[in-house]
Structures are given as structure tokens and as C-alpha cells.
Design a protein around this ligand. Structure first.
Ligand SMILES: *Cc1c(COP(=O)(O)O)cnc(C)c1O
Length: 360
């Protein structure tokens, strides 16, 4: 029998993740509104901490992230022993799949759910199961109806990307309570910081054994380039994740910058308020020119066009004007474009360009 070098089953079924574009050939002065980045950047304190870290580059970083975990715990009123940090919250999603899913098991994500859920499920050898949403909103009953004795993980983002919609705490609790005993509910809180007075499910983590919350410094904190995320989970789950993450999975610079960023509440509040203001303005202005969107709870809006053709043509026009937004056909939303809320000037440019495209 001939032996060949081959990856584990499932790996070659993975479609490569498509990041947001950042360039348009031949166009200068582009505005990137394709990756839900904070247009205001990180706080000054975080930048300073990062610069200071340059003098310690010969030192290995902390392997238990105690300083960062305690800063996060203090700011959010959580138990530092139930926090795990990683190089982006995407890594936590990956660890969860590696630890709890595998061949013969199923991982649920929703119709318009984040691409990494499927990618990491396949990477672990598990079978991703896609569940319908109800008019671009997570459908708890549909998820519960799709659970089997093979289901190990249910991933939902709340607010969700790319829809921007979210479901209420009572619905989330009903989902957690209805899952089969062997299944973990993973609440991806990448956009939780944009929602006022929202614990992103931390309370459910404290009161249940089957809920995990993931968070990131990539969005509101403006540190996507540095790769820092964290998870909040029951102790037994933390114990599992700590065994499979690399001991030095976060660089010293990332740890230092995140620690300062999370404590800078004034800057976080400022970024949240600016986002809410221009998100509202842009959504209203686009609706007035015939491009509606669901009320977004995040830092982007999902603009709906009459057809796939119109969405693609509008995207091409925006590109010609130096505005890069995101096509979301890969998320089963071919007639939509996801537009990150930029600063005031960028939002005005987008609305102006869409109005021109519409012939107004
Ligand atoms: C951006 C995003 C993340 C964050 O990814 P990081 O790895 O922390 O940069 C996670 N989930 C969703 C749904 C996102 O949109």
C-alpha cells in the first residue's frame, strides 16, 4: 500500500478566510471601511505602552497574563481566574474547537455567522452545521431544533457580524438552558463594547456551566494589528483552554498595551459615543436615498440593495471613489454591503458616493 502525506480529513474543505481589502489599484487616498476597525485608532496610553515595550524585547512575556487578566477583571467586575487571553479572540474560538469538537461531532453556527466558526470546526475535523436565521436575526428555536447528541459547540455572535443585529438576554438564557448536556454555548462578544450597559453574557457564564464568552481588543480598542482577545468561562473550561494554548501566545507588547487600553475608560466611552453618533447618521442618510439597513448594534451597518447586481455595482462605484467596503455574498447576503462606521469625513464621503450612484 502506498502511503502519502495528507492533512487530516476536513482541512481541505476549508475556504481561505477573506480579509477586508485595503487598496484599490490606481486610486489614492482610500478609506478602508471593510474590516470594522476603529477609525480613531488606539488610545494614546496604549501606544505609549507599546513603544515602551520595545526596550524589553529580549524578555519572554508573562505566560499567565496575570496583570492583564486582573485589569480586565477589575474593569468588567469579573473573576480573573475565569479569564483566558489569546492572540485575538479568534484564537479562543480555535482552542474551543480543538478542545471540544472533533471527528464525529457537530458545531452549530448561524446562516449569517462569522466565517471563522466554520473554518475552526473543519480544522478540528468536526462537521459545521448551518442554522437559518429569522430575517437576519439569530433564531433560538431554530438552533435548539438543530441540536443532536453530536452537537458540542454553538457559536453565536451577539451583536452579530455582518448583520449588526442582536438578541436579548432572556433569549440567550433560554438558548443556554435548552442545549443538550454535552454542548457549550459560545457567545462571541467582539462588538459587545459598542452596546451600552451590556455584559455580553458574563452573568450567564457565572451562573451556568455551559456558557463561554469571548471578547477582543481588535474593535473598540483599536488594537486589531496587535492581536489580543480573551475568553470568560467556567473554571473547568479555562483549565482545558490553558492546557492547549501556547504558554507565550501573547507578546509582551500586546499584554502591556491591552492592560493600559482596558483601563482607559474615558477613551473607550468617547469611541463608543462617536460610533453611535455616526452610525445613526449614516444609516438614516442611506435610508433616505433608498438603501435601508437593520438597526445596528455594532460599528458597521449592513446596507441592503434591491439586488445582488445593484450591490456589486455600488461596491464598484464606491471603490472608484476610494471607498472600500465589504461584499458579504460569502455570508449568504449577496444583495448587501457591510460598511464600517468611519470618522465623520468618511461617513459623509460614503453617503455622498452612494447618493451619486443612485443618481440623486
Ligand atoms: C472581528 C471579530 C472577531 C475578533 O477577532 P480577533 O481575533 O479578536 O481580532 C471575533 N468575532 C467576530 C464576529 C468578529 O467580527
Amino acid at each position: 500500500m502506498t502511503q502519502t502525506i495528507a492533512p487530516q480529513p476536513g482541512i481541505m474543505d476549508i475556504s481561505l478566510y477573506q480579509g477586508g481589502a485595503s487598496e484599490v489599484a490606481g486610486v489614492e487616498n482610500v478609506v478602508k471601511l471593510s474590516s470594522n476597525e476603529n477609525p480613531l485608532g488606539p488610545s494614546d496610553g496604549a501606544i505609549k505602552a507599546f513603544q515602551q515595550a520595545a526596550f524589553k524585547l529580549h524578555r519572554y512575556p508573562s505566560s499567565d497574563h496575570a496583570g492583564l487578566r486582573h485589569a480586565i477583571a477589575e474593569v468588567h467586575g469579573l473573576d480573573a481566574d475565569k479569564i483566558v487571553c489569546a492572540a485575538g479572540s479568534g484564537d479562543i474560538l480555535n482552542y474551543l474547537c480543538q478542545a471540544y469538537a472533533g471527528p464525529g461531532t457537530e458545531v452549530i453556527h448561524t446562516e449569517h455567522g462569522f466565517a471563522l466558526y466554520r473554518i475552526y470546526a473543519l480544522a478540528a475535523g468536526a462537521t459545521p452545521v448551518e442554522v437559518k436565521e429569522r430575517e437576519r436575526v439569530t433564531d433560538v428555536d431554530a438552533i435548539l431544533a438543530s441540536c443532536t447528541d453530536k452537537t458540542r459547540l454553538v457559536f453565536i455572535a451577539n451583536p452579530n457580524n455582518p448583520t449588526g443585529t442582536m438578541i436579548g438576554s432572556a433569549e440567550i438564557a433560554r438558548l443556554a438552558d435548552g442545549l443538550p448536556a454535552q454542548c457549550l454555548l459560545v457567545l462571541d462578544g467582539a462588538y459587545a463594547e459598542y452596546v451600552e450597559d451590556y455584559d455580553a453574557g458574563a452573568g450567564l457564564v457565572d451562573s451556568r456551566e455551559n456558557v463561554v464568552m469571548t471578547r477582543t481588543f481588535s474593535k473598540l480598542y483599536g488594537l486589531g494589528g496587535l492581536r489580543i482577545g480573551w475568553g470568560y468561562a467556567p473554571k473547568p473550561v479555562i483549565d482545558v483552554l490553558n492546557r492547549i494554548r501556547g504558554p507565550f501566545n501573547l507578546s509582551g507588547a500586546a499584554i502591556d498595551a491591552a492592560q493600559v487600553a482596558v483601563r482607559d475608560r474615558k477613551y473607550a466611552d468617547h469611541c463608543r459615543a462617536e460610533n453611535a453618533r455616526w452610525r445613526h447618521w449614516m444609516a438614516e442618510a442611506l435610508a433616505e436615498i433608498g438603501v435601508p439597513s437593520d438597526v445596528s448594534c455594532a460599528n458597521f451597518i449592513l446596507a441592503r440593495f434591491a439586488s445582488e447586481d445593484e450591490a456589486q455595482n455600488c461596491d464598484a462605484y464606491l471603490q472608484s471613489q476610494g471607498l472600500i467596503v465589504r461584499q458579504v455574498g460569502g455570508y449568504n447576503l449577496p444583495n448587501c454591503l457591510r460598511i464600517t462606521v468611519g470618522d465623520e469625513a468618511s461617513c459623509r464621503r460614503v453617503v455622498h458616493a452612494v447618493r451619486q450612484f443612485k443618481g440623486g
